[in-house]
Write a protein that binds this ligand. Sequence first.
Ligand code: FAD
Length: 250
Amino acid sequence: MPSGYDRPTMSPTLPAQLARDLTTLLGPDGLLTDPAERLAYGYDNSRRQGLPLAVALPTTAQQVQAIVRLCRAAKLPIVARGRGTNTTGASVPGEDALVVSFERMNRVLDIRPGDRVAVVEPGLLNGDLQAALAPHGLFWPPDPTSAAYCSIGGNLACNAGGPRAVKYGATRDNVLAITAVTGTGELVRFGAPTTKGASGYDLSRILIGSEGTLALIVEATLKLTPVGASGGRCARCTTTWPAPPPRWRG
Ligand SMILES: Cc1cc2nc3c(=O)[nH]c(=O)nc-3n(C[C@H](O)[C@H](O)[C@H](O)COP(=O)(O)OP(=O)(O)OC[C@H]3O[C@@H](n4cnc5c(N)ncnc54)[C@H](O)[C@@H]3O)c2cc1C
């Protein structure tokens, strides 16, 4: 029986004018429309597979704003993509969607060791960040097992965390500020780039873990931690406790 939610049987296509506008905006290699290339952006570690209408590869926050405005005018859904390692299907696009891949926005913008702060673009790999921080004796605590190939944007959107979360918290506890593009293409900034930032609503906490449903993250200011005697890893407890004093033995 028809449900009323049945999708049209004809495959949707990217509107020609939108394709032209996006190519003008991003350059000829900034918009992927070949089916073979699109296929590579249609999966994640959930093992589900979709085929987006096109893939946009922005290099600046302003380009992300323009993409959102163009897609909003064309009523085209957008799916953000880091490196597709999430296991929930969160980055698998519908066949009527445009994928915005952040792989070309992968720069470390600033490391301020004295402030224990790093400012990064969302496409930077977690592992590359850790390598950039190591010479400063600092690390960023979130350590999903996929760290070598997952992006900071994906970590933020999933509120990722590995074993170090026990001591340092997950991603949400290690972010000071976020710059993001809303569904209307507005650039917004949440949080403060300082460890002490008490004024105003803390909207970054709702953005972290929202899996790309509220806004597209284009920059993050991360809270860093000094590498300690444990090398930043969870130390295995090897302490041998002395025998309790006689009065505790009952
Ligand atoms: C081998 C393996 C081990 C893992 N281990 C862990 C673990 O120990 N702990 C843990 O928490 N997770 C783990 N994960 C899942 C983990 O959450 C992801 O690996 C990682 O956080 C996702 O990053 P990504 O760059 O691949 O993002 P993607 O998978 O591409 O995207 C994940 C979500 O983030 C959104 N997104 C991506 N970039 C942005 C952006 N810039 N703005 C807005 N939304 C965005 C996407 O739309 C999607 O909803 C593991 C995955 C694998 C494959």
